[in-house]
Design a protein around this ligand. Structure first.
Ligand code: GLN
Length: 243
């Protein structure tokens, strides 16, 4: 009934630190592109929500178990995930990259992308790399591990994964390009992108398959409105434009 859905507070799970999509600012507020978009959309559509930052893998589990109604966490829309989740329209384009310590070799200058990938992954032979549990970056790293002879160590969150590379416990970390490039460019993280995959993915807001379809509709409707009125671009620019 109408009243119930109006007053419902949706429980939305998110990642902990996936800058600039979700992170804690210096005043301790949880902000970022995902959280600001969600807020603008909720205001447009008039729904209430509460976000909990549980981590990426935990957010997926939380939606699957029904503990959370939805998630927004820079989550890539994939064919496999569509079997368990329903996604909103895509709201951001991404690619998987791997980063090494600053001063390391880069393969992104090689024009032939297939050759670049081969050389980049070959450079990891005999090494241990870092990836975040449950992500498309981890899938990509794992898919190529045997062929290229490296080991994958999985981490729960992005900061500990970067740390593993900085301390030399991992030779590289697999992360989404918009996230790792932001860390390097704007947060002065002492890593550099060695390789960016050719194939990309798009981020979507997700609910458990067959559940909360009205929430996905509201998200899509609000997303369209904030794209039309400039709010979407304003939010993206706020976090990605260098001042
Ligand atoms: N976009 C990646 C994925 O969906 C990573 C998301 C994240 O780490 N928050 O797997």
């Amino acid at each position: 009934n109408k009243k119930d859905s109006k007053e419902k507070t949706y429980k939305i799970a998110s990642d902990t630190t996936f800058t600039p999509f979700e992170f804690e600012d210096k005043d301790g507020n949880r902000v970022g592109i995902d959280l600001d978009l969600l807020d603008a959309i909720a205001k447009e559509e008039g729904f209430k929500y509460k976000v909990t930052a549980v981590g990426f893998d935990a957010a997926m589990a939380s939606v699957e178990s029904g503990q959370s109604d939805a998630m927004i966490a820079g989550m890539s829309i994939t064919k496999e995930r569509k079997q368990k989740y329903d996604f909103s329209e895509a709201y951001y384009d991404s690619k998987v990259a791997f980063a090494v310590k600053k001063g390391g070799k880069t393969f992104d200058n090689i024009k032939d992308k297939k050759k670049a990938e081969k050389e980049a992954l070959s450079s990891l032979k005999g090494k241990t790399v870092a990836a975040k549990v449950g992500t498309v970056g981890a899938t990509y790293a794992n898919e190529n591990a045997e062929k290229y002879g490296y080991k994958v160590r999985q981490f729960k969150d992005s900061p500990t994964m970067y740390q593993a590379v900085l301390t030399g416990n991992a030779a590289a970390c697999f992360e989404d390009f918009p996230v790792i490039s932001y860390q390097i460019g704007q947060k002065n993280l002492k890593l550099q992108v060695a390789f960016t995959s050719e194939s990309g993915s798009q981020y979507g807001f997700a609910v458990k398959k067959g559940k909360n379809s009205e929430l996905v509709e509201k998200f899509n409707s609000g997303l369209k409105k904030i794209k039309d009125n400039g709010k979407y671009q304003e939010i993206v620019d706020k976090y990605t434009k260098t001042k």
